[in-house]
Design a protein around this ligand. Structure first.
Ligand code: 5AD
Ligand code: SF4
Length: 443
């Protein structure tokens, strides 16, 4: 992590200035330093504002410079966020193919995951979740923090650039991580998100030194006073075992949310991807999750249009999505990454772009329908919400997140960083709505 740097250029309104500040806070918490000049940065970000920016030749000139810098040093990451990126979505990549990541306003938490997880491999647009993104309203440090537990990856997924750019998996010693969580808790952090390419193989490289396994690490952090929520991303389905699920069932702070990247529902494609699990094995992991944590929110990543993906293969992905009923999913159009095995596949196997676009459209529709159906289970329930700030669409309402990682917009009076009970009145595929319930306090 050491020595990496970023540069952010902000266009537009106050809200964007504010978002950029949070981006900087997030990058600092991941160990990035601010580079004084764009040409010295490993991560170059543009936070764009309104649609008007399209006509703004300033932005286009800036992007021209970014293109040159990317050419000079291809491992640089170029990111474009904000409303202009939102208005173009995947078109950003067609018009500016050197861009690695685009994200809508309020998707800063996704940017963090992108920078620290598998996501670095994707040319992906992280969609706008309405104005109620999961973005902590205050500086990330105050009550939420990311903790990187490992870097690198020992897998060989054929589409993925991580093994070649980040090398073998290296875990950080457990004692260091626990001490970091204790320090964060003293600073007022109440929720930590543990990050790594394959979190559940955490610690294997240090086992000889007596380091904890991932499940044991979760138990140890669960005991840290003040840390009330623990999240992590991403586990690899091949390494998802009962010891971690038992922790979910037994440890109060470990959230009822598991992000289990599927990538594809066809065993044939999974094999070509070198994911080392079959469709059946994946579904078996889902059953295991539901056995230990029946109400868990399960989310996923899916790639469409992997080379050789036939309509029948894609139909299998849809079947798995229908069967699992994800609470949400990130969907990606396959794009070859330089030097990966999949980039060298026979060009005849490539799925034409319009077919990919058509498939992702069908996939997103199904994901949203199932997510909306799943979300109805919360209606009428009282859930605990960690308040993150004001609702982005309605200043009079608050916004926060549940342990299931659902965004909730609600009537209430609590302050950011507080936990409150909210009675859920309605639910869409992405957000819940409700009202704060004061705990039986005598009046
Ligand atoms: N093309 C498309 N999507 C990809 N991802 C990783 N590499 C690629 C690629 N070459 C997706 C995977 C991963 C997510 C973060 O990015 O779904 O889980
Ligand atoms: Fe890439 Fe696969 Fe490792 Fe994830 S598990 S970082 S997709 S090689």
């Amino acid at each position: 992590m050491s020595g990496r740097s970023y540069h952010v250029t902000t266009f537009g309104c106050q809200m964007n200035e504010h978002d950029s500040e949070r981006m900087q806070g997030m990058l600092a918490s991941l160990g990035y330093e601010e580079a004084p000049q764009r040409d010295g940065a490993d991560v170059i970000l543009f936070n764009t504002c309104s649609i008007r920016e399209t006509a703004d030749s300033r932005l286009v000139a800036h992007l021209g410079e970014a293109k040159r810098l990317k050419r000079e040093q291809p491992e640089r990451i170029i990111g474009v966020g904000g409303c202009w990126a939102q208005s173009l979505k995947d078109e950003v990549f067609e018009r500016f193919p050197f861009v690695d990541v685009a994200f809508g306003p309020g998707q800063i938490h996704k940017l963090a995951e992108f920078l620290t997880s598998d996501s670095i491999t994707a040319q992906g647009f992280f969609d706008f979740e309405g104005f109620a993104g999961h973005l902590p309203a205050k500086r990330v440090r105050e009550f939420q923090a990311w903790v990187q537990i490992s870097q690198g990856c020992n897998c060989n997924c054929s589409y993925c650039i991580v093994p070649s750019t980040r090398g073998r998996e290296q875990s950080r010693p457990d004692t260091e991580l626990i001490a970091e969580c204790e320090r964060l808790a003293c600073d007022g952090v109440r929720e930590v998100t543990l990050l790594g390419q394959n979190v559940n193989s955490y610690g294997r490289d240090l086992r000889a030194a007596g380091n904890r396994s991932f499940a044991e690490l979760l138990r140890a952090i669960d005991r840290v006073d003040g840390i009330e929520r623990i999240r992590y991303t991403s586990p690899h389905p091949k390494d998802m075992r009962e010891d971690v699920l038992a922790v979910h069932a037994e440890c109060g702070a470990v959230c009822e949310h598991i992000h289990l990247p599927l990538q594809a529902g066809s065993t044939r494609i999974l094999k070509a991807m070198r994911r080392t699990y079959s469709r059946e094995r994946y579904l078996d992991r889902v059953d295991l999750i539901r056995r230990y944590v029946p109400d868990a929110a399960i989310t996923t990543d899916i790639i469409v249009g992997f080379p050789g993906e036939s309509e029948a293969d894609f139909a299998e992905t849809l079947e798995v999505v229908d069967e699992v009923g994800y609470d949400s999913a990130f969907t990606f159009i396959f794009s070859p990454r330089r030097g990966t095995e999949a980039a060298g596949f026979d060009p005849e196997l490539l799925v034409p772009h319009p077919v990919k676009v058509e498939r992702i459209g069908r996939l997103v529709t199904l994901v949203q329908r199932r997510a909306a159906e799943r979300a109805q289970r919360f209606v009428g329930r009282r859930v605990e919400v960690l308040v993150e700030g004001q609702s982005r669409t309605d200043e009079t309402r608050l916004r926060g997140r549940t342990a299931h990682n659902k965004t909730v917009n609600f009537e209430g009076t609590a302050a950011p960083g507080e936990f409150v009970q909210v009675e859920i009145e309605s639910a869409t595929s992405t957000t819940l709505a409700g009202s704060e319930r004061l705990l039986s306090r005598a009046v």
